[in-house]
Design a protein around this ligand. Structure first.
Ligand code: NOJ
Ligand code: NOJ
Length: 627
């Protein structure tokens, strides 16, 4: 018996050496795999951008096609969100010295300046409301089909991207360009955020109407950065200064003590556990930040607790996660209740988990310490069973053990993705919950962008030399100056001025003055019937029912069967219009007469009563739907 002890010890230490050698080799393999896929991903994103992208025929210059897929699903459109996130990745590339990307960024700026002026079903530039439109055709024209609109993350994300570019310009002899061309585009977006942040809208998945964590998190960042960059250029952003603390205050209500709730103020019933929150944390990552709970930084206790709850929600629902130990990474998707394409893991969601952890590691290394509290203890114990509440300083083995465990866990998510990437290296939107094969939109630009940003975050997390941080790390956005939560939350708004960014190349005369007209019609409807408005202009769908404006029945009661429409119409113009009734079987009934309306002069506000139209339905009534 005694004899066996040394043998046992020897065997143990030998195993430890072998294991760490193995994991080093393994890490080297992973680094090589990531480097190879990163190259494919960067090219994959570029291929989807007009005018020369190999997979983006017809897309205008600087326009990002969400995916070349034109059918099941048709993603041959440009989304403000996907485009801004993609160009954020490209600006980060520029910052690391890849100046060949600059002309494409200039194209993007111009395309966005133009798109800002395109009036659309969400509204116009002149009222600001049109900036909330989520998607356009790739030739920069409006999309009139039914959609989850508005989506208020777009302007914030675009501002963040253009501010990152502005910062680079200011350091690289581009001050004149930044001030004259880029700032007017940013200013419109910041004004939008300052005016509309407190209004509900659709979430990033375009499904839930309410207040969305992701949207508010990026809105907060945009206003904080916006105020700073404005000041640096000698401009001001009054709405930025006054509204960013209010947003931060509101953001606190998304924390329920256990995890971040993705959407509040919504009728949609779900757990709220959703990669919305992981994406929000990485989109607001600041390498200089402390692990602040208030801003849900990647290394914050809240964000880590949330990450565990989110990841665990997928362990038992996807076949491909079966048998994976609770301490290891699994495939993750948007949220557990997802049914889109039968609800599968998404590459960009799984990669986002890794990116959050790489961001957290950067933050611990920069701070030279990490703290475990009861809030994130369960997260830590799941990846490092000996973890205890306490402070761990760099230079100690506990700090190394904890950060290494976090690194291994993070790498696991990348390995899952790499396992389910087809040999070609192309990234679709989803991979099958049953067997991991690629599904839904192929060559999704956002998937590619997320791979590149994950790789950059990993590189920064593994570069220990603090002095070598720039330009490996993304720049700070000033989180430290903007993380103290006011004691009283104020739900306010600053009305913005919106002007076409002609310096950036938008067409002369585009985005003229509009008036937001409120049409109200009393129209008794059966369950399943809907009221629309159409007329003789593009905004009204040119008499085509398919392009008619859908009415809102939120204030419909049996006393007042009210349907209403808020439509931005060019000031001082005359229009013809009528209401339509769509039956539950899809057929249309028309009002028996045309109506006319003289849109009031520029500057008229509906609140004054002079841009409100009161009508009552004149025409056939429908039939109740059966069953
Ligand atoms: C439903 C999906 O869940 C949503 O995210 C998507 O954008 C729309 N359908 C359109 O494809
Ligand atoms: C559906 C996703 O839910 C949404 O976030 C995205 O913007 C579009 N697809 C386009 O990629």
């Amino acid at each position: 018996m005694l004899l066996k002890i040394p043998v046992f010890l020897f065997a143990t230490s030998f195993n430890v050496v072998a294991a760490s050698l193995n994991s080093q080799l393994h890490r080297r393999d992973l680094a090589a795999t990531i480097a190879a896929e990163r190259t494919i991903a960067l090219q994959g994103a570029l291929d989807n951008i007009g005018p020369n992208g190999a997979k983006a025929p017809g897309a205008y210059a600087g326009v990002v096609v969400a995916s070349p897929s034109t059918d099941d699903p048709n993603y041959y459109y440009t989304w403000i969100r996907d485009s801004a996130l993609t160009f954020k990745m490209l600006v980060d590339e520029l910052l690391t010295g890849n100046t060949s990307i600059k002309p494409l960024i200039e194209d993007y700026v111009k395309s966005q300046a133009i798109i800002q002026t395109v009036s659309n079903p969400s509204g116009s530039l002149s009222s600001g409301r049109g900036l909330g439109e989520p998607k356009f055709y790739v030739n920069e024209t409006r999309f009139n089909g039914p959609w989850g609109r508005p989506q208020r993350d777009g302007p914030a994300l675009r501002a963040i991207t253009l501010i990152a570019y502005t910062r680079w310009l200011l350091k690289n002899d581009g001050t004149a360009e930044a001030k004259a061309d880029i700032w007017p585009v940013i200013r419109n977006d910041l004004n939008y955020v300052a005016q509309f942040w407190n209004q509900t809208g659709f979430d990033l998945w375009e499904e839930v109407s309410g207040s969305s964590f992701f949207t508010l998190a990026v809105q907060h960042r945009a206003l904080v950065e916006g105020a700073a960059i404005a000041k640096q250029m000698g401009f001001s952003c009054a709405g930025c200064d006054s509204q960013s603390p209010n947003i931060l205050c509101f953001l606190q209500s998304f924390w329920n003590g256990k995890h971040i709730v993705a959407n509040i103020n919504t009728a949609v019933q779900r757990t709220g556990i959703d990669s919305n929150t992981i994406l929000g944390s990485i989109a607001t990552f600041d390498p200089d930040a402390y692990c602040m709970d208030a801003t849900f930084q990647p290394c914050s206790h809240r964000a880590l607790a949330n990450l565990k709850v989110y990841v665990d929600s997928f362990r038992d629902i996807y076949d491909i996660n079966a048998g994976i130990p609770a301490s290891s990474a699994v495939a993750t998707g948007r949220y557990a209740e997802d049914i889109y394409f039968n609800g599968n893991p998404w590459y960009l969601c799984t990669l986002a988990v890794a990116e959050q952890l790489y961001g957290a590691i950067q933050q611990w290394l920069a701070r030279h310490n990490l703290f475990i509290t009861e809030v994130d203890l369960a997260f830590w114990q799941s990846i490092y069973p000996q973890a205890k509440i306490g402070q761990y300083n760099s230079g100690t083995s506990s700090f190394d053990n904890l950060t290494s465990a976090a690194m291994r866990f993070a790498d696991g998510f990348v390995e899952i993705v790499d396992k389910y990437v087809p040999v070609s290296g192309s990234l679709s939107e989803q991979y099958s919950r049953e067997n991991g094969t690629a599904l839904s939109a192929h060559d999704l630009t956002w998937s590619y962008a997320s791979y590149v940003t994950m790789a950059a975050a990993r590189r920064a997390a593994t570069t220990v030399l603090a002095s070598a941080r720039e330009p490996i790390q993304v720049p700070s956005w000033g989180e430290r100056s903007a993380n103290s939560v006011p004691s009283v939350c104020v739900a306010s708004s600053v009305a913005g001025n919106y002007t076409p960014a002609t310096g950036a190349g938008t067409l002369a005369g585009a985005g003229g003055c509009t008036v937001t007209v409120l049409f109200r019609v009393n129209a008794t409807t059966y369950y399943g019937e809907n009221i629309y408005l159409t007329g003789n202009t593009t905004d009204l769908g040119n008499w085509s029912p398919a392009e008619a404006v859908p009415g809102n029945a939120a204030n419909y009661t049996s006393e007042r069967p009210l349907w209403y429409f808020e439509i931005d119409l060019p000031a001082s113009t005359a229009i013809s219009y009528k209401y339509l009734r769509q039956e539950s079987n899809g057929s249309w009934l028309y009002e028996s007469q045309n109506r006319t309306y003289a849109v009031p002069v520029c500057g008229t506000q509906a609140e004054t009563g002079s841009a409100i139209v009161e009508d009552a339905w004149v025409g056939p009534t429908g039939t109740p739907s059966k069953g």
